[in-house]
Design a protein around this ligand. Structure first.
Ligand code: BTN
Length: 327
């Protein structure tokens, strides 16, 4: 366990701890403890220091814990997963699982990602301990055709999980952004490796904003660059371990039956959550842009747009709405 994590575990109760006590618990000097406390500030974790009392994290901090996640998971999901890895820091939880052997069903969660991957080669902002960075790997034996529309179905599964925990007014932006009041709350990145026609590994990566409002506004503006929301703003306060377990339960159920059910099974639910149903949108592709009315999705998850040339289907591109969420 890293020194930073040990320190955070000591401070997670939100109570004051003297530099001396922290040093003793870590097996280092008081000056060493002070240095590590400074390290927390560099991770944008606010430490309060009061003379005579010591140091504390206002409000405490709930860290991700493998045992807490496993305990909150359904026995079915637990049995179907070979492992759940909880790490303090990693480049990308998706990258980690992509590099693991094929055939294993594993989850990886991190407190922080140093090179979090977003769609279209973007960087996913991944500050320490504030959000959820969760990946799940699964093996399909029927080739990539079996996972058509999966990213949209993942959006439905996560939205339903959040709804069951008490979140309302959630919607989905094609293909799979999670929105709250037209602001981005989370995203899904699916990456594949293996044989396109046979055994292939699918890594489902989910980034979900949980509580970021305490970070400096300028940092959020430059790092995110679009209207965003987090669960806290949306009124859902939930321990991240419980949240992780809920999402893993839903994803395991989804992935386990997906080769038989396909996206068609989730299509109606997706359309009920469609943020732009009946609205005029612009579909941006690297080559062109097409304007039309968002009509819904096909049974494979393709976008249906009512354009001047009639109803057209699209499998790639990004939706943009004037005056709305723009990425
Ligand atoms: C998007 O651009 O909307 C998708 C973002 C997906 C981010 C998640 S965070 C966990 C997993 N690991 C990554 O590197 N990316 C995904």
């Amino acid at each position: 366990m890293s020194d930073i994590r040990k320190l955070l575990m000591l401070l997670s109760d939100g109570e004051f701890h003297s530099g001396e006590a922290l040093g003793a618990a870590l097996g280092i000097s008081r000056a060493g403890a002070w240095k590590r406390l400074q390290g927390l500030e560099a991770l944008d974790i606010p430490v309060e220091s009061v003379k005579g009392l010591g140091y504390r994290l206002p409000g405490g901090l709930s860290l991700l814990r493998e045992d807490a996640i496993s305990a909150a998971m359904s026995s079915d999901a637990r049995q179907k997963l070979h492992a759940v890895y909880v790490v303090d820091e990693i480049d990308s939880t998706n990258r980690f699982l992509l590099d693991r052997p094929v055939g294993r069903r594993e989850a990886c969660l991190a407190e922080r990602q140093t090179a979090g991957r977003g769609r279209r080669g973007r960087v996913w902002f991944s500050p320490y301990g504030r959000n959820l960075y969760l990946s799940l790997s699964w093996t399909f034996h029927q080739g990539v055709a079996a996972v058509q529309g999966l990213s949209l179905a993942v959006g439905v599964a996560v939205a339903q999980g959040l709804h069951s925990l008490g979140l309302s007014n959630l919607s989905l932006k094609w293909p799979n952004d999670l929105l709250w009041q037209d602001r981005k709350l989370g995203g899904v990145l699916i990456e594949l490796s293996g044989d396109a026609a046979g055994e292939c590994k699918v890594v489902v990566g989910i980034g979900l904003n949980v509580s970021m409002s305490e970070l400096p506004a300028e940092q959020l503006r430059t790092q995110i660059g679009q209207p965003w929301a987090d669960l806290k703003t949306a009124g859902l306060v939930c321990d991240r371990n419980i949240l992780s377990a809920e999402i893993l339960n839903r994803l395991v159920g989804l992935l386990d039956g997906y080769h038989e059910r396909g996206f068609d099974h989730y299509r109606t639910s997706w359309q009920e959550l469609n943020a732009h149903s009946g609205r005029t949108v612009e579909l941006l592709t690297p080559a062109t842009s097409v304007s039309g009315v968002m009509l819904g999705v096909t049974s494979e998850g393709a976008l249906l747009l009512g354009t001047e040339l009639g109803v057209r289907e699209f499998t790639g591109g990004e939706i943009s709405v004037r005056g709305g969420n723009d990425r």
